[in-house]
Each structure stands twice: as structure tokens, then as C-alpha cells.
Design a protein around this ligand. Structure first.
Ligand SMILES: CCCCC/C=C\CCCC/C=C/C(=O)SCCNC(=O)CCNC(=O)[C@H](O)C(C)(C)COP(=O)(O)OP(=O)(O)OC[C@H]1O[C@@H](n2cnc3c(N)ncnc32)[C@H](O)[C@@H]1OP(=O)(O)O
Length: 302
């Protein structure tokens, strides 16, 4: 059975994020997801959406305490919220931020990658791929208002955005630190980073698993602006206004031209990428590394 949940319409592949949900009631979810968003705000347990239809934008806040780790549930709700906004012509841009104090997102949920069975790992990885593809190829303007620490998968999410504003706090580090956990960022994480900060800087950052504090993140181009914490949201809004001053069709075609080849690389090998992940993460040595890392995270408190 093909692992990719998508259908082709003309030259466009429409992904159905819920299609991989176990026992998903496709018709009901699909019709709900295609409804108009309106002005009232919507969301789910873990993703809060505050629409401003007059401005054509929505603020999307991740709220999966304590650290917005990307569990299967959060990934699912994230994709569904994104699709709702994508399908409503009212919206031209999203500001993506966190509702969890001090953390934008702790990245992939380590509990989803530890002590589970291969079918679970496959389902989880497919959801991670789905979110990345959705974000990376979004027609909307995506601005990340990074109001907290932003490691690994959290950083990846911010890198899919068109612009990143980071709060100036030394604790708010950002980067792909996978090697510090004894794991490896897959090629599409790497590609996303290279497309943002260039090859040589990525090579060093990825091998060393560097988590950049704000000034360095700005210097290497990992973020576009660093501002005082209380100005992150207002800065994101004014940057959004600038991006929305460009005609959508011209901006969208340009974005697609810049990003499609990178996304296609994963689209063409989604199944083998899932198999690679499952094989890699199931190794005893990798499971041990992750357990050690989780232990260190827990010890930090005590
Ligand atoms: C060659 C082929 C390759 C194929 C592909 C193969 C490999 C797979 C690649 C996978 C790519 C992985 C990407 C990732 O995103 S891995 C996750 C990396 N994330 C991190 O390293 C961040 C870890 N967390 C932290 O550093 C901190 O928690 C913090 C985000 C800076 C926040 O600090 P603080 O506010 O002090 O909170 P705590 O550390 O006290 O954490 C609170 C509780 O949350 C738990 N936690 C933290 N992060 C995670 C996580 N990512 N997943 C699950 N749980 C997490 C932490 O243990 C605490 O739990 P407790 O209250 O029960 O102790």
C-alpha cells in the first residue's frame, strides 16, 4: 500500500493530512476542514488560531505544554488548522508562535521515538513529513514569531517560514542539534537549513549540533530579525504587512520556484525516507542514546 496520503489534481498534489489517522472519519473531517474560518477564532486543544479576517491574517499559537514537543496529536492538529486557513481565501498570511512560555517548540516528541513499534514510528514520521511539506509549500505568507527556545524540529518549523523574528533572550537558542542526541537530521532537514544559511555554515552547524543564541543566529542568517521580547508580535505584524504588499500570485509563484525542487526531493522518496527512519530509530544503539538524552533532560530539574 502506498504510504503517501495524497491525490493528484492536475499538476498539484493535495495532501489529506487526516488520511493517515487511524480509523479517521474522512468525510466528516474533510468537510469540517473545508469550512470557512470566519472571524470567531477556532482551533483545537493544542493549536489556537486567532483570525483577523479584515487584515487577511491569522495568528497560530502552539499550546501543547510544557514545551510544545511535536507529538502525533500536535502534528495532526497543526496540519488541520493550516489546511483550514489555506482553504479560506480570506487569509493571506499566518504568524506562527507559541503559547508556552519560554519555548517555541522543543522539536520532535522524544516519547514518540522511544520504545514504540515500527508501525508507530512509520505513522509518526509520515506525520512529520506531512507537516513539513504543508508548511514548506504553503501559499500563505508564514512569519515565525519565535518567543522561546527553538531546537531541532522546532527550528525546522521556523525554517519553513518566509521570515523569522526571534526574541532577544540568551535562553532562546535555535538550531538543528540532532547530533547532540546521537541522531541524524534527515536530508530534507539539512536541505531546509542549507537553503536558509548556506552550505558551509550548515555543515558546521549540523555536525556540531549548534544551538545559536540570538545574536549569532542573526549573524549566520538563521533568523532575520532579533528584537526585545515584548516586540516580537508587533514586529511580526509589521513584517507581515510588508510581505502582503506584494501581489499574491507573483509572490506565490516565486516562492514555489524557490522551494519546489527541495520539496519534490522528499515527495519522490517519502516511503523510503519512512523506511530509513524506522530502521534507524529502531536500532538498539539509537534507542539507548535517546533514553540517555531523556534522562539528562529529566535530571536537569532535580
Ligand atoms: C541516516 C538516516 C537518517 C534517517 C532519519 C533518522 C533519524 C531521525 C531524525 C530525527 C530528527 C529529530 C528531531 C528532533 O526534533 S529531536 C528533539 C530534539 N529536541 C531537543 O533536543 C530539545 C530538548 N528539550 C530541551 O532542551 C528543553 O526541554 C527546552 C526545550 C530548552 C525547554 O527547557 P525547560 O523549559 O527547562 O523544560 P524542561 O527541559 O524541564 O522540559 C519539560 C518537560 O518536557 C520534556 N521534554 C523536553 N523536550 C522534549 C522533547 N523534545 N520530547 C519529549 N519531551 C520533552 C522534559 O523531559 C520534561 O519532562 P518531565 O517534566 O517529565 O521531566
Amino acid at each position: 500500500m502506498a504510504l503517501v496520503a495524497g491525490m493528484r489534481v492536475g499538476s498539484r498534489v493535495l495532501f489529506r493530512p487526516w488520511a493517515w489517522l487511524p480509523g479517521a472519519a474522512l468525510g466528516r473531517k474533510e468537510s469540517a476542514a473545508r469550512g470557512r474560518v470566519g472571524a470567531r477564532g477556532f482551533g483545537s486543544q493544542r493549536v489556537l488560531v486567532e483570525p483577523d479576517p479584515a487584515a487577511g491574517i491569522a495568528v497560530m499559537k502552539l499550546k501543547s505544554p510544557p514545551v510544545n514537543s511535536l507529538s502525533l496529536e500536535l502534528l495532526t492538529e497543526f496540519v488541520i488548522s493550516l489546511e483550514k486557513l489555506e482553504n479560506d481565501k480570506t487569509f493571506r498570511g499566518i504568524i506562527l508562535t507559541s503559547d508556552c512560555p519560554g519555548v517555541f517548540s522543543a522539536g520532535l516528541d522524544l516519547m514518540e521515538m522511544c520504545g514504540k513499534n515500527p508501525a508507530h514510528y512509520a505513522e509518526y514520521w509520515k506525520a512529520v513529513q506531512e507537516l513539513w511539506l504543508r508548511l514548506y509549500l504553503s501559499n500563505l505568507v508564514l512569519i515565525a514569531a519565535i518567543n522561546g527556545a527553538c531546537p531541532a524540529g522546532g527550528c525546522l518549523i521556523s525554517l519553513t517560514c518566509d521570515y523569522r523574528v526571534l526574541a532577544d533572550n540568551p535562553k532562546y537558542v535555535i538550531g538543528l542539534n540532532e547530533t547532540l542526541l546521537g541522531i541524524v537530521a534527515p536530508f530534507w532537514f539539512k536541505d531546509t537549513l542549507v537553503n536558509t544559511i548556506g552550505h558551509r555554515t550548515s555543515e558546521r552547524a549540523l555536525q556540531l549540533g549548534i544551538l545559536f543564541p540570538p545574536a549569532e543566529a542573526l549573524q549566520v542568517g538563521m533568523v532575520d530579525k532579533v528584537v526585545p521580547e515584548d516586540q516580537v508580535q508587533s514586529t511580526a505584524l509589521s513584517v507581515m504587512a510588508q510581505w502582503l504588499s506584494i501581489p499574491d500570485h507573483a509572490r506565490q509563484l516565486t516562492k514555489n520556484m524557490m522551494r519546489k525542487a527541495t520539496a519534490d526531493r522528499l515527495v519522490k522518496q517519502r516511503d523510503s525516507d519512512i523506511q530509513n527512519f524506522v530502521g534507524f530509530i529502531s536500532r538498539d544503539s539509537i534507542q539507548k542514546s535517546l533514553q540517555v538524552y531523556l534522562g539528562k533532560l529529566r535530571q536537569k530539574k532535580g
